[in-house]
Design a protein around this ligand. Structure first.
Ligand SMILES: [Zn+2]
Length: 299
């Protein structure tokens, strides 16, 4: 037996007890089924550790006691045993990355230009944007729309497209004051996308902001969708940004901003990272992008 096979068999014994049969040449080993044996000592659970599969001949179909060995360890192994198995598990038996369904905009999404200016709900949506200083040019540039009814009713929707123009995310912000859920964003992991990457010119100065609404007010901005930068964005900025980078997080995130400053300001980017310190209760959107007086010198 190879070392790996030996470790795997020991690991199986740890989880399932002593084997009833073992054909080393075939990688075949049988144990009592943890689900249906009930001390009858039948040895019905058969495992092939060459092909990393298991099946209980008695209850496999009724109790779903069959499948790849990874599933067996997930069900009956402890944390450590699962970990050890992950190391032994051959690449071809590892579960494939989940494929995400193609993202679509919420139902009833409409752009402002496709909706009648006298439609009351359109007016609510439009007034909300106007009150936050968002102009028609911004609405046009970002393809901002809204939902009047449906799962995302009374929400402004800002779509995000990747560099090939494919929708990869959106934010849906309620315009109802004091609503419980301000945002209702899709489940697509926000750490795996760069918001509206197709609009970013990496050869120009870049502004890192927290929210999408902040981003509207600074040229060539990248919303981090929070106070922390994803690994993907960090690596992309590091590789692609050719000019200055200004960190402009909300006033209440000064410590996060300083931390980010030190993380970014090294290697290729050294000396090109700038930071602004906004008043505690303000963000870029509140200030309509007027951040010049808040640049801060970090020694
Ligand atoms: Zn069984």
């Amino acid at each position: 037996m190879s070392d790996d096979a030996e470790i795997l068999v020991d690991l199986l014994r740890e989880v399932l007890g002593d084997e009833k049969q073992h054909y080393e040449g075939k990688g075949q080993i049988a144990f009592n089924c943890p689900v249906c044996d009930e001390d009858r000592n039948k040895g019905n659970l058969e495992i092939n550790y060459f092909s990393h599969v298991y099946k209980c001949w008695s209850c496999g179909d009724v109790n779903d006691t069959h499948g790849p060995l990874g599933k067996l360890f997930d069900k009956y192994g402890n944390k450590k045993q699962k970990k050890v198995y992950k190391v032994l598990q051959p690449e071809e038996f590892k579960p494939k990355e989940k494929k995400f369904k193609k993202l679509i905009l919420p139902s009833n999404f409409t752009t402002f230009k496709d909706s009648s200016v006298v439609y009351p709900i359109r007016r609510q949506a439009y007034n909300y944007l106007k009150n936050r200083g968002i102009t028609d040019e911004i609405i046009e540039k970002y393809g901002i729309g809204f939902c009047d009814t449906g799962t995302h009713a009374s929400r402004i929707v800002v779509p995000s497209y990747d560099k090939n123009g494919e929708l990869n995310y959106y934010i849906a912000r309620s315009w109802i004051p004091n609503t419980k859920t301000k945002y209702k964003n899709p489940e697509a992991e926000k750490d795996k996308i760069i918001f509206n990457e197709h609009l970013i010119d990496w050869n120009k100065d870049i502004f890192l902001v927290e929210g999408v609404f902040d981003g509207f007010f600074l040229p060539n901005s990248i919303p981090m969708l929070g106070k922390h930068m994803s690994q993907l964005l960090f690596e992309t900025v590091y590789k692609k940004a050719k000019k200055n980078i200004t960190i402009s997080l909300d006033g209440d995130a000064w410590e996060d901003a300083v931390k980010l400053y030190h993380e970014l300001n090294g290697g290729e980017l050294y000396g090109r990272v700038k930071i602004v310190k906004l008043p505690k209760d303000k963000d870029v959107c509140d200030l309509k992008g007027q951040i010049n007086e808040y640049y801060f010198n970090i020694k």
